[in-house]
Design a binder for this molecule. Structure first.
Ligand SMILES: Cc1ncc(COP(=O)(O)O)c(C=O)c1O
Length: 377
């Protein structure tokens, strides 16, 4: 089976993990956590990075520190992995699902603008949703598949409507918009080091911010809000969300290889695009203008994609459907979905993700492409 997207642990992972085991620094403190945070901040051009147990917890803390309250509304694209939608619910808030652009599959900025103009008003320095009277406190632009939302258009809108921006950059580590890294635009940016991501720590995440005070608070909240170095004095409700040293050691080794991984992902994407260009209904994701994507997970539309999905999985090629749009999932089906044509629904129906691990060979990419052509022959 050619796998979809698996870890590539070919660098110093063993060496650094062995160092943790040899020195007994395996748990919640240790020098690799600090090193990993410093490397992450530098790579993403932010002043502070706080390592967490996963991307979901990074999003959770970011929403808390953005001031999202119970009964608030938070804007989210309808096409996303479910984690940010869940996190909104953890807060006692609800998502406003926004349809996506039919070409880039990112949150549709023109639609978002229309939503603000038609459905929102600013009252006492706060954005309110006219129909429900509820406060809209934040937006989570998800940089879907390593492509990016047009941040140059989104930021002034969010600023005008007084809502906080928390970037879900979990899939976009290494992607840039006009040279500026994903995750460095919002009040917070969140990364994931889950096993299928461009680099992995097995499980892990990172909160990125340029706000010194909020960075300190993020560290405080992720470490049980312990406010005294000696006494067990906790000054607010904290979370045990800190990444352990042994996983951060893997993260440091992975960061050393990240530029090479990004290059490889881009090459794989180019090779697939070349090989598949004549396949029926083949439509790759269009990259947002000014974005240099990390090409994290090669995903594209085909004719009869569900038939192809079965054929490839039955024939040694691990292929995955795109995420079911949030409005079609039971926990979110009653939430507001702002759309005209339900682009999310049609993208979901026709898209598939192809094997594209950083250690996939060109020969395997061609083998997958030939299997696809065989299906349509
Ligand atoms: C868009 C998106 N958001 C959030 C997450 C959550 O990250 P994690 O699995 O590390 O909690 C993921 C990936 O898993 C993701 O793809």
């Amino acid at each position: 089976m050619i796998p979809l997207s698996v870890p590539n642990l070919s660098g110093n992972e063993w060496k650094y993990v062995k160092d943790c085991l040899d020195t007994n620094w395996v748990s919640s403190v240790g020098s690799y956590v600090n090193q990993f945070e410093e490397l992450a901040a530098k790579f993403s051009s932010v002043t502070r990075a706080v390592a967490t147990v996963n991307g979901t917890s990074a999003l959770h803390i970011s929403l808390i520190l953005s001031g999202v309250q119970r009964d608030d509304l938070v804007i989210l694209p309808n096409i996303t992995f479910v984690a940010p939608a869940n996190v909104i619910k953890y807060m006692g808030a609800d998502p406003i699902l926004m349809d996506v652009d039919e070409h880039t599959w990112q949150l549709d900025i023109a639609l978002l603008t229309r939503f603000f103009e038609q459905e929102c008003l600013i009252k006492e320095d706060t954005c309110h949703h006219k129909n429900t009277g509820r406060r809209i406190s934040a937006i989570i632009p998800v940089h879907v598949l390593g492509n990016m939302v047009n941040m140059e258009k989104l930021l002034p809108l969010a600023d005008y409507y007084k809502i906080k921006v928390i970037e879900d950059a979990t899939e976009a580590l290494g992607s840039t918009y006009k040279g500026k890294p994903a995750g460095s635009f919002g009040l917070f940016g969140c990364l994931s080091y889950n096993g299928n991501k461009i680099i992995t720590t097995g499980g892990g995440g990172m909160i990125l911010t340029n706000d010194k005070e909020l960075g300190e608070k993020a560290k405080h909240l992720t470490t049980q809000a312990k406010a005294d170095p000696l006494e067990y004095y906790h000054d607010e409700i904290g979370y045990n969300y800190r990444l352990v040293n042994i996983l951060a050691a893997i993260g440091v080794a992975q960061m050393e290889q990240l530029p090479a991984f990004i290059d490889r992902k881009r090459n794989v994407s180019e090779l697939y695009t070349r090989e598949l260009k004549d396949v029926p209904g083949f439509k790759p994701q269009v990259i947002t203008e000014h974005v240099n994507p990390n090409c994290w997970l090669f995903t594209c539309c085909f004719e009869n994609s569900k038939g192809l999905l079965k054929y490839l999985n039955d024939n040694g090629v691990q292929t995955r459907p795109f995420w079911v749009p949030m409005n079609q999932l039971p926990p979110f089906k009653n939430d507001l979905y702002f759309h005209v044509d339900d682009i999310a629904g049609s993208v979901y129906k026709s898209c598939l993700s192809m094997p594209c691990s950083t250690n996939i060979s060109d020969k395997e990419v061609i083998e997958v492409s030939n299997k696809i052509k065989e299906f349509y022959a």
